[in-house]
Design a protein around this ligand. Structure first.
Ligand SMILES: NC(=O)C1=CN([C@@H]2O[C@H](COP(=O)(O)OP(=O)(O)OC[C@H]3O[C@@H](n4cnc5c(N)ncnc54)[C@H](O)[C@@H]3O)[C@@H](O)[C@H]2O)C=CC1
Ligand SMILES: N[C@@H](CC=O)C(=O)O
Length: 851
């Protein structure tokens, strides 16, 4: 019996439409029906309120003017959950179900009152009240018996779709629409597997054929999700089953199109809650849509695709709230989306990995059969399977919720083998997720998995298991749940973002060099985005007292004030936060002169976070530490760049690396490596006190934060040692001779004591100058490296020397190599200063992005 809330006389008022008789492409679906009919399904969010219902009605009425429409609706948003809760409460003897039902009743009554003119409300209000009385009686029964069978649960939950469809039908009636309300339970026949019933397509198609041949309305409205078994008991089609209902209608009637209307403009390349740059997919194949929806893209209920795919009916996913947006078209043919053969990236959370391992499995047939039988008997759904080709282990991915039961049944099934040591008890690892890259066209493109795993690896994502079917539509990887957001963003950037790559910077140090770096970043950001397709965001910034973080990028116009007001914290707090943020393409930038900061590089590299440093402490500490950092960078496939350690912004280390990589060998290095000392000796002639010239160098930003490191020669020792190490030499600070010129008394006390002492020692400095001038020489602090030995010291430089004409704060490096034996390779230019150093750090950051 079909329920109609139309006045009986109206039912025959619609003219019989011309039918296009088209055979089903699926031979199991017999019959010839019209294809000038559309099926439109609206989800819970689309019918969540009277306002939304009105939007639905507008859309449907427009469509119904063009061709007959079957409108399938879900329950009002939130109602299904509330009904399930009411059932649950009543089964537990909790009378709160009554209040919950009252609330639900009110929600529906309110919707009717908002939708209908007052004089037309009473019939529908009574109908709704009647349904709630019935529903309450069912829940009362459950309450008394303290028992909620799946069958009763289906009966309770079915009210959601019944009520929403009846409410919309009432509105259509008030508009004098030519429509018919159809009870889906009368047309869709299933087995009696309550909660997730299987459709009997032969019976369903035949009922639909009869029904739609007898009735010719321009608009039909049907509740989604619900069906009935042969005994006319209400069943349901699984959570999200309204999509499936619509698909069943569409396939049975060979509809021209199935439209799934929801609250987003189609399927997206990734979950937009996780990936800011996720884009709508305009065109996708049935297979791809199934893969994506199975792997968590909850736009469409996965079983929905099957019936329409068999009948070759296109599916459109559209947005009720943006009806003009194109949405996603799902059909057989797949066009290439903007040159990409990957359609989307999806994930499923709450995954456990069960591993059955043991030498006793090798070459013995039947192990996997027993494993899967044990899981099937326990109704544990297997989401992913991998088996090593050595047959030594089988690994399955299942829902976390099933893990304990699954372990018990598998251990029981293999009890004998475990006791006899042939296999180990099942290992369970929880807190995992499955990440899936989906695209039918990846089949014909080698290198997709290489690109996928390369990108994940470079960002320190550990892949626990991998599965790819021979259809090559999906590559799945099991990873830690805490890595999902980062991993999806990495893959999205790799496969979809031709626009730009995002680099997340964490900067320690906001002094001379740090401030200039932040200025340069601010000025250059839009250029980089436009020309290098690089979006740089400073996500973290710290000085010695405070730590500032903002995942959307710190406002660089205002960083000083923001840092001043930031949370007090130290470098270890910053490192903890960097690791917790777990952002892709993370780079730690050290623009301090601090040993504690240099001490954290290792732990960051191990987390696949690149390090860029102008701080020289790490590379000039014990050789073993320097070496370890370099190996960690290699091992974790990230960058450790420190070009500014020597010659500030000059390309000294890079050039040396290029020489060596191309097979050259360094025989000797001669260099002036201190900008400060070059500046000082270029400006000192005994007229102005030496201390004053040093002070000027410090004021102009050439010295180390502690200028004694420059004046005492330590800074130059560090630099020549770094060059020697980069040339392949194992060398320590103790191996370098320092022929310093500063009286020992200058090293006592504070930096201010140092200046005071230099003033006292003015005669000493004047004598050094006069001695050199008498020989027509200039004073230069020169670093030399040859045959594994290095030295630094003040030298008299005659006019014919390469170093003589070296002005201001310039550095000069001469590399004598196998390929440059007589005439050295020369690098010359400003070797100190905050601006040039910051630009060298900047260049290293860009190198990281390009690496
Ligand atoms: N000035 C130059 O020409 C060149 C400098 N460099 C290097 O640049 C580095 C920075 O030099 P400047 O900017 O002049 O120093 P600075 O003293 O002006 O700034 C240092 C910054 O580091 C911060 N800091 C210190 N300890 C910290 C900690 N534990 N955690 C977080 N932040 C901390 C300070 O608060 C300050 O913001 C030095 O290592 C220097 O060797 C390298 C090449 C050239
Ligand atoms: N203090 C250094 C700066 C760069 O390392 C110098 O003077 O060269």
């Amino acid at each position: 019996m079909y329920i109609s809330i139309l006045p009986a006389g109206r039912q025959k008022a619609v003219s019989v439409k011309q039918k296009h008789r088209i055979p089903f492409s699926n031979p199991s679906q017999q019959g010839y029906y019209t294809n000038n009919m559309k099926v439109l399904k609206f989800g819970g969010s689309s019918v969540a309120s009277a306002v939304n219902m009105n939007k639905v009605i507008d859309i449907v009425q427009q469509e119904a003017k063009k061709e007959p429409v079957i409108l399938v609706v879900s329950a009002m948003g939130g109602v299904t959950d509330a009904l399930l809760k009411a059932g649950d409460l009543s089964s537990k003897g909790d009378e709160a179900y009554k209040a919950l039902l009252k609330e639900l009743e009110q929600k529906h009554l309110d919707a009717v009152r908002s939708l209908l003119p007052i004089q037309q409300q009473s019939a529908t209000l009574s109908l709704i009240k009647q349904h709630f009385n019935d529903l309450e009686s069912v829940c009362d029964g459950v309450f008394l018996l303290r028992e909620l069978s799946p069958r009763t649960k289906d009966r309770i939950v079915a009210y959601g779709e019944l009520l929403s469809s009846l409410t919309i039908a009432a509105k259509l009636q008030s508009l004098n629409a030519h429509y018919q309300w159809v009870d889906s339970r009368q047309l869709i026949t299933t087995n009696s597997h309550f909660g997730n019933a299987a459709v009997d397509f032969a019976a369903t198609n035949s009922k639909m054929k009869c029904y739609f041949e007898e009735h010719q309305y321009q608009l039909y409205i049907a509740p989604g999700f619900i069906a009935a078994d042969e005994a006319q008991q209400t069943t349901t089609l699984g959570r999200g089953g309204s999509d499936y209902t619509a698909s069943i209608f569409a396939a049975a009637l060979n509809a021209s199109v199935l439209e799934i209307w929801t609250d987003v403009s189609g399927m997206m390349t990734a979950d937009p809650r996780l990936v800011q740059n996720a884009k709508p997919i305009q065109h996708i194949s049935y297979q791809e849509a199934m893969e994506l929806s199975h792997f968590g893209a909850k736009i469409i209920y996965p079983p929905t695709i099957q019936p329409v795919m068999l009948a070759n009916i296109p599916v459109f996913v559209k947005n009720t709230f943006e009806p003009d947006a194109y949405g996603t078209l799902i059909e057989n043919a797949t066009a290439v989306n903007g040159g990409s053969f990957i359609r989307g990236i999806s994930s499923i959370n709450n995954i456990s990995l069960l591993s059955l391992e043991g030498g006793g499995m090798v070459g013995i047939p039947g192990f996997s059969k027993r494993l899967f039988e044990a899981l099937a008997n326990e109704r544990v759904n297997v989401i992913l399977i991998t088996q090593s080709s050595s047959e030594h282990s089988i690994c399955v991915g299942i829902n976390d919720a099933d893990a304990t039961r699954a372990k018990q049944v598998i251990d029981l099934a293999f009890d004998f083998e475990i006791k006899t040591g042939k296999v180990d008890p099942v290992k369970v690892e929880s807190g995992l997720a499955i990440l899936a890259l989906v695209g039918e066209k990846m089949k014909s493109h080698p290198g997709v998995s290489g690109k996928m795993f390369g990108a994940l690896g470079r960002n320190g994502i550990n892949v626990r298991a991998i599965a790819q079917g021979s259809s090559e539509k999906n590559i799945s990887a099991v990873i830690a749940a805490s890595d999902v957001k980062k991993a999806i963003n990495i893959l999205h950037e790799e496969f979809f973002e031709t626009t730009y790559k995002q680099l997340n910077l964490f900067i320690a140090g906001a002094g001379n060099v740090g401030s200039k770096l932040l200025d340069q970043l601010k000025k250059q950001m839009s250029y980089l985005q436009q020309h290098l397709r690089l979006q740089i965001r400073v996500v973290g910034l710290a000085n010695s007292k405070r730590v500032l973080l903002n995942e959307d990028g710190i406002d660089l116009e205002n960083w000083k004030a923001l840092l001043q007001d930031a949370t007090p914290g130290n470098i270890h707090d910053l490192v903890t936060r960097i690791k917790a943020k777990n952002l892709r393409n993370s780079v730690f930038v050290d623009v301090t002169a601090n040993a504690e900061v240099a001490g954290v590089y290792g732990s960051l590299l191990e987390k696949s976070i690149s390090v860029v440093a102008c701080n020289k402490i790490a590379c000039s500490s014990a050789y073993s530490s320097y070496q370890q950092l370099k190996s960690l960078a290699r091992e974790y496939n990230v960058a450790f760049f420190f070009e500014t350690n020597v010659g500030a912004g000059l390309p000294v280390i890079g050039t040396l690396n290029d020489l060596l990589r191309s097979g050259d060998q360094v025989n000797r290095i001669q260099a002036v490596l201190s900008g400060t000392l070059n500046f000082v000796f270029n400006h000192y002639d005994g007229k102005k006190p030496f201390a004053q010239v040093v002070r000027q160098a410090q004021d102009e930003g050439y010295t180390e934060p502690d200028p004694r490191l420059d004046l005492g020669g330590t800074d130059v020792m560090r630099k020549i040692m770094i060059l020697a190490r980069e040339s392949g030499q194992v060398i320590e600070m103790e191996d370098i001779t320092n022929n310093g010129f500063l009286p020992a008394s200058c090293f006592d006390g504070t930096v201010e004591d140092f200046y005071a002492e230099m003033e006292k020692q003015e005669k000493h400095f004047k004598a050094l100058y006069d001695e050199a001038a008498a020989q027509k020489c200039k004073l230069k602090f020169v670093a030399s490296y040859q045959d594994g030995k290095a030295s630094v010291g003040l030298q008299h430089i005659p006019a014919d020397s390469d170093f003589y004409h070296l002005y201001g704060k310039d550095n000069l490096v001469l590399f004598y190599t196998e390929r440059y034996p007589e005439q050295p390779l020369v690098i010359k230019g400003a070797g100190a200063g905050a601006e040039v150093t910051a630009s060298g750090v900047f260049a290293d950051i860009i190198r990281v992005a390009k690496a």
